[in-house]
Design a protein around this ligand. Structure first.
Ligand code: NAD
Length: 688
C-alpha cells in the first residue's frame, strides 16, 4: 500500500486516490503507487483514479527535472492502463494540469466536477507535454482545437472540455460518489470507450492548410519563443504520423526543448515567483493584519490605478483628493477605464457596476480613520509627503499600516514624521497600476515583519506579484534601468538612432524598446530626474527642450500618428547628428551585440551592487521584478539570468572594457562580480 496512492476496493471498482499534498504532483512515489495500484486491481471491472485534497493533479514534479528519470515513467503507467482489461476512469476536480491531464487522457474515460480546470501548461515552462498529451488530445478533439490548448498553455474549464469532447461527463455533487455511480452505470449499460491512442476519427482528413493558418495565428504572439513552435510540430505529428511515431516525435521535441536555455529561463522564473514569497528573516508564522478597507491619498495617474486594483479584487477603497475638481477628474478616469474594458467585452456591465460601487471618493482626510491600510500616491515631493504622513499618523487608527507609492524617496525619512515608523512601508506600484503585476514592497529600517507581511498579503489579494526590496533611490527596477539611460544617450551620440536600439531590444524579446518606453512614460519625467540629480543628457535634454515629451505630445523619440503608431522622425535624427557634431563625436556603425551589451551590462552591474547592499535578497528577486514590471520576456529569464548564461568572467571583462572605452567609471565591475567571476560562481544556482 503506497503512502502516496491510496487503494480502496469498492465491489467491482477499485479506487486509486493520489495523495501527495498540496497539489498531487506526479513524483516518483505517485507514479510507482499508480503502477502498483493498477497491477493490484487485476481482475477488477473498473479502476477510478481520483485526487485527494484540492485537485486531481498539477502535473510533473518540477524539482525532479534534470535529475535523471526514476522508473516507472508516466508512459509505463499509461501502458498499464492501455492493457488493463477493465475500464479506467479519471475523476477530476480542481486542477488537472500537464502530466495530470495527460494521465487522465490516457484513461478510457474522464469525468469532472463543474468548474474543474484542465490544461497543458508545459509550453509556459519552455517545453512540450512529454507524456502523450500532444498525441492524445488531438485524437479526442481534433488538431486545431488541441493546438489552442497546447500552444497557449491556457487551461479550459470542465464544461468547455465536455463541449470539446475530451471529458465524458460533468458530475454534480461529491465527486468520488458521483464518479462511482457513473462508472457502475457505464459498466451496467456496457458502454464502450475507445482509448485516445486508438482513435483516428477526429484527425482523419485534417485540412493541412487550415492547420497551418491556425498555427500561424497562434504563433504570431510567440515571437522568438521556441516552445510554442515545438507544440505545433508535436500536434502536426499527431495528424501526420501513426500514434507510436507521434509519441517518439513528441519525446524528441520534449528532450530538446527541456535542455534548452529558454526552458531553463522559464523554470527559473516559475520557481522564482514562488521563491520571492519567502522573505528571508521573516518568521514563518508572521500573520498579516486583516485589510477590509483601503484608503488611497491622491487620485492621479497612480492613485487612480491603485484604487481600481482594490475595487477589481473586491476590496472597498476610498480615494482622497485635495479638491472636488481633482477628485471628480480622478474618479472619472477610473470609470472611463472600466467602461473601455466593458466596451471591449472583457468586463461585464454587472461586474463594472459592482467594482464602481466599491470605489468612493472624498476630499476630507478624516476618512482615513476608517482605513485598515493607507497608500499615499501624491506627487513626488518629500515635504508634501511628510506633511501628509504626519496627518495620516494622526488620523489613522493605531496599528494601521501606512504605505507610500514613492518611486525614489527615502521611506525612512517619510516614516520619521510618524509615531509608528514600524508600520510604514513602501508599496511601489508600476504604471498602469491596475494592469502591471509587479509590486515592490519597500522595507525601511523600522518596518516590522507584520507591516511587510500585511503589504504582501494585500498585494497578493489584488493580483500583484509582491517582491520585498530595500530602501534606496529607485529601489530595484528603476535603480537598474536608471543605469541604462546614460548608455542609451552615449549610443545615440556615437552612431545609433532610436529605432536601431528599440529594434535590437525588441528582437531580443522585450515588450518595448527603451526609447519607445520613454515616450510612453513621458520624456519630461526623465528630464526632471536628471535636473534633480544634477546630471545631463544632451540629446534627451534637446528633445525635451524642443517640446517633445513623448506620446502625450505626439512627438518624442518618435513621431506618433492618431493611432499612436510610432514613426521614425528625421527631426530627431537631425537633433542627434547636430549634438554629436557639437560634441565632436565621429559617429560609427554599432553592431547589435554591442547595443545589447551596453544596455544590459550596466543593469547587471547595478544588480550586483543591489545584492551586495541586500536591497534585493536574491538574484532571482531581481529577475522576477524585470519579468513582471519591465516587459522582460520570461523565456529570457531576466537580466541576472542573462549574466549567468554569459558567464560572470565574461561579464566582468566586458564591463571593464566598456568602462574604459565609453569613459564610464560606473561600469567598473562591482565587487560581487569580481568575486563570483574569479570563483567561477553564478548569481543564481544552475538549473538542470
Ligand atoms: P499625479 O500628479 O498624476 O497625481 C498626484 C495626485 O495627488 C494629484 O491628483 C494631486 O492633486 C494629488 N494630491 C497632491 N497632494 C495631495 C494631498 N495633500 N492630498 C490629496 N491629494 C493630493 O502623480 P502620479 O504619477 O500618480 O504619481 C504619484 C506618486 O506615485 C509619486 O510619488 C510618483 O513618484 C509615484 N509613482 C509614479 C509612477 C508613474 O509612472 N507615474 C510609477 C510609480 C510610482
Amino acid at each position: 500500500m503506497s503512502e502516496f496512492v491510496r487503494h480502496e476496493r469498492l465491489g467491482e471498482t477499485h479506487v486509486l486516490c493520489i495523495a501527495n499534498p498540496p497539489v498531487n504532483t506526479l513524483r516518483t512515489e505517485v507514479r510507482a503507487g499508480l503502477a502498483a495500484g493498477i497491477a493490484a486491481a487485476a481482475g477488477a471491472r473498473a479502476v477510478l483514479i481520483i485526487g485527494e485534497g484540492r485537485g486531481f493533479s498539477a502535473g510533473a514534479e518540477m524539482t525532479e527535472f534534470g535529475k535523471g528519470r526514476v522508473p516507472p515513467s508516466l508512459t509505463e503507467v499509461f501502458d498499464m492502463i492501455a492493457t488493463f482489461p477493465g475500464l479506467v476512469v479519471a475523476a477530476i476536480h480542481g486542477n488537472a494540469l500537464g502530466g495530470g491531464l495527460e494521465l487522465a487522457l490516457a484513461c478510457h474515460a474522464r469525468v469532472a466536477s463543474p468548474g474543474a480546470s484542465l490544461g497543458l501548461p508545459e509550453v509556459k515552462r519552455g517545453f512540450v507535454p512529454g507524456a502523450g498529451g500532444t498525441q492524445r488530445l488531438p485524437r479526442l478533439i481534433g488538431a486545431e482545437a488541441a493546438m489552442d490548448i497546447i500552444v497557449t498553455g491556457e487551461p479550459v474549464r470542465a464544461e468547455k472540455a465536455l463541449a470539446l469532447g475530451f471529458i465524458d461527463a460533468v458530475l454534480e455533487g461529491p465527486l468520488e460518489d458521483a464518479a462511482l455511480v457513473w462508472t457502475r452505470n457505464a459498466l451496467t449499460v456496457g458502454a464502450k470507450f475507445t482509448l485516445a491512442a486508438e482513435r483516428t476519427d477526429r484527425i482523419a482528413g485534417q485540412d493541412m492548410a487550415a492547420f497551418d493558418a491556425k498555427a500561424a495565428t497562434l504563433l504570431k504572439r510567440a515571437r522568438g519563443q521556441a516552445s510554442p513552435r515545438g507544440c505545433v510540430e508535436a500536434v502536426r505529428a499527431a495528424v501526420t504520423l501513426p500514434f507510436e511515431e507521434g509519441l517518439a516525435k513528441e519525446r524528441a521535441l520534449f528532450a530538446e526543448l527541456v535542455a534548452g536555455e529558454q526552458s531553463r529561463a522559464l523554470r527559473h522564473i516559475f520557481f522564482g515567483e514562488r521563491e520571492v514569497l519567502r522573505v528571508p528573516g521573516m518568521p514563518a508564522d508572521t500573520a498579516p493584519l486583516p485589510v477590509n478597507r483601503a484608503v488611497v491619498i491622491g487620485a492621479g495617474t497612480m492613485g487612480g490605478g491603485i484604487a481600481m486594483s482594490f475595487a477589481n479584487f473586491g476590496v472597498p477603497v476610498t480615494v482622497v483628493e485635495r479638491d472636488a475638481g481633482a477628485l471628480e477628474k480622478g474618479l472619472a478616469r477610473c470609470r472611463a477605464n472600466w467602461e473601455r474594458t466593458v466596451t471591449s467585452g472583457r468586463l461585464s456591465q454587472a461586474d463594472y457596476e459592482s467594482r464602481a460601487k466599491l470605489l468612493t471618493g472624498s476630499t476630507d482626510m478624516s476618512v482615513v480613520a476608517e482605513a485598515d491600510l493607507v497608500i499615499e500616491a501624491i506627487y513626488e515631493d518629500m515635504d508634501a509627503k511628510k506633511t501628509v504622513f504626519a496627518e495620516l499618523d494622526r488620523l489613522a487608527r493605531p496599528g494601521v499600516v501606512l504605505a507610500s507609492n514613492t518611486s525614489t524617496l527615502d521611506i525612512d525619512a517619510i516614516a520619521s514624521v510618524t509615531r509608528r515608523p514600524e508600520l510604514v512601508v513602501g508599496m511601489h506600484f508600476f504604471s498602469p497600476a491596475n494592469v502591471m503585476r509587479l509590486l515592490e514592497i519597500v522595507r525601511a529600517k523600522a518596518s516590522s515583519h507584520v507591516a511587510i507581511a500585511t503589504a504582501m498579503a494585500l498585494g497578493k489579494r489584488i493580483g500583484k506579484l509582491a517582491v520585498v526590496v530595500g530602501n534606496c533611490d529607485g529601489f530595484v527596477g528603476n535603480r537598474m534601468t536608471g543605469k541604462r539611460s546614460p548608455q542609451v544617450e552615449k549610443l545615440l551620440q556615437e552612431g545609433c538612432l532610436p529605432q536601431d536600439i528599440d529594434r535590437v531590444m525588441e528582437a531580443y524579446g522585450m515588450a518595448m524598446g527603451p526609447l519607445a518606453t520613454g515616450d510612453l512614460a513621458g520624456l519630461d519625467i526623465g528630464a526632471a530626474v536628471r535636473r534633480a540629480r544634477g546630471t545631463t543628457a544632451p540629446i534627451a535634454d534637446a528633445l525635451v527642450a524642443a517640446g517633445r515629451f513623448g506620446q502625450k505630445t505626439s512627438a518624442g523619440w518618435y513621431r506618433y500618428d492618431e493611432k499612436r503608431t510610432r514613426i521614425p522622425d528625421p527631426e530627431v535624427e537631425r537633433i542627434i547628428l547636430d549634438t554629436a557634431e557639437k560634441l565632436q563625436i565621429r559617429r560609427r556603425t554599432i553592431d547589435d551585440q554591442e547595443i545589447i551589451e551596453r544596455l544590459m551590462l550596466p543593469m547587471v552591474n547595478e544588480g550586483a551592487r543591489i545584492l551586495e547592499e541586500h536591497i534585493a535578497a536574491r538574484a532571482i528577486d531581481i529577475d522576477v521584478i524585470f519579468v513582471n514590471g519591465f516587459g522582460w520576456p520570461a523565456w529570457r529569464g531576466g537580466p541576472m539570468f542573462w549574466a549567468d548564461q554569459l558567464g560572470l568572467a565574461t561579464v566582468r571583462d566586458r564591463l571593464a572594457h566598456y568602462a574604459q572605452t565609453t569613459n564610464s567609471p560606473d561600469l567598473k565591475p562591482a565587487a560581487l562580480i569580481e568575486t563570483l567571476a574569479s570563483e567561477g560562481g553564478r548569481f543564481s544556482p544552475a538549473m538542470g
